[in-house]
Design a protein around this ligand. Structure first.
Ligand SMILES: Nc1ncnc2c1ncn2[C@@H]1O[C@H](COP(=O)(O)OP(=O)(O)OP(=O)(O)O)[C@@H](O)[C@H]1O
Ligand SMILES: [Mg+2]
Length: 341
């Protein structure tokens, strides 16, 4: 059958209000999409279907205190803890990193692609990743690349909502999220992992922090091999040492060096679609851009491109659009001032 015939079947059963047939046809389309390598599409449909089934199970009046009643409450809370559920199209070519980080990331992806082979030798697959380093250097982007390369669904966790001032609550919340995510064989992305440290201020005794660290260690231990936890922080020094040790892979995503700034510029210039008006512009700007994050450099360059497009004096010559270098340099300097002030 073709995709079109599956869709026709879904529409027909939908209009006839035949839920069973509808789900059956949708499942067939999901399988068909997987087979035809439309993995992201299949994952999204699968997630929609699962959400609908979950909602259906908790719909209607429920006896207060019954199992279904608590299940519904739990579901509502879970939605507060998960910021978004995403699939990603990002690939390695979108991310610029040092050779060492690149190797480690590629190895991680390879390991997961060849999980069965590694498990045959009774070896564990690395699935706890910590990304750290300054803001705007690709921690979030790297997590999207991992999700994109592995074509896995990613839960982005709202740690702010999970960390609670109530004793014992943070551990409970964490367990809830991990339980759900491990059922779906996906990636759990915990951004701003250092905010767990807030617990130290909330609870004036060390007991609560210890309990949370222990919970996380346990959750890590029981994490299915096909799931991956990625934690990100720009304050690694805030993270408990016992926790740090449990990560299989720790990657520092640092500020770009000259070579990496050049690569970023090439990426933004889209292989020559945009060009500078002066030949030596890159050398001057490279110097000025050192010490800035990828994000700031990219922002300044995109700003300069847009201004150059809008500037009436700029023409699109047949070799590509010319960027006024001086605007770029000014914007880079502005970004620099932001960090020095
Ligand atoms: N290493 C990189 N390679 C290519 N582009 C990058 C890189 N780092 C950052 N960028 C660009 O900057 C944007 C912001 O980066 P990202 O959100 O990944 O930073 P971050 O390290 O997560 O920062 P924060 O600590 O503030 O969350 C990215 O979407 C991308 O456009
Ligand atoms: Mg980030």
């Amino acid at each position: 059958m073709t995709q079109f015939s599956y869709i026709k079947e879904i529409v027909k059963s939908g209009l006839e209000n035949d839920q069973e047939k509808f789900k059956e046809a949708l499942n067939e389309l999901i399988e068909h999409s997987k087979k035809t390598k439309k993995i992201n599409y299949a994952l999204q449909l699968q997630s929609l279907l699962k959400d609908a089934i979950r909602q259906e199970q908790s719909k209607g009046p429920k006896l207060v205190g019954s199992h279904a009643y608590f299940a519904r409450l739990e579901d509502k809370e879970l939605n507060d803890f998960v910021l978004e559920k995403i699939t990603s199209e990002y690939k390695f070519e979108n991310l610029i990193v040092s050779d060492e980080v690149q190797n480690q990331l590629e190895f991680l992806i390879d390991e997961h692609r060849s999980k069965e082979l590694i498990q045959k030798f009774n070896l564990p697959v690395s699935n706890k990743v910590l990304l750290y380093g300054p803001s705007g250097c690709g921690k979030t982007l790297a997590s999207y690349v991992i999700a994109g390369e592995l074509e896995k669904m990613m839960y982005v966790i709202n740690l702010g909502a999970i960390v609670s001032s109530k004793l014992g609550e943070t551990s409970k919340n964490l367990a809830k999220v991990f339980r759900q995510a491990s059922m779906e064989d996906c990636i759990i992305f915990i951004d701003e992992f250092d905010s767990l440290g807030k617990v130290r201020d909330y609870a004036h005794d060390h007991g609560e922090m210890k309990r949370i660290v222990n919970t996380i260690l346990q959750l890590f231990d029981y994490l299915p091999q096909s799931s991956i936890v990625i934690a990100a922080t720009n304050q690694i020094e805030m993270i408990d040492n016992a926790l740090l040790r449990r990560f299989d892979v720790k990657l520092k995503l640092d500020l770009p060096n000259k070579k990496q700034i050049k690569e970023l510029i090439e990426l933004v210039l889209r292989n020559g679609e945009f060009k500078f008006d002066k030949i030596n512009a890159i050398t001057t700007v490279l110097k000025a851009a050192e010490g800035l994050s990828y994000y700031s450099i990219q922002k300044a360059l995109i700003g300069a491109i847009k201004r150059s497009i809008l500037d009436k004096n700029i023409t699109k010559n047949k070799n590509g659009l010319l960027i006024t270098s001086s605007i770029w340099l000014d914007l880079i300097k502005q970004e620099k001032e932001k960090i020095t002030n």
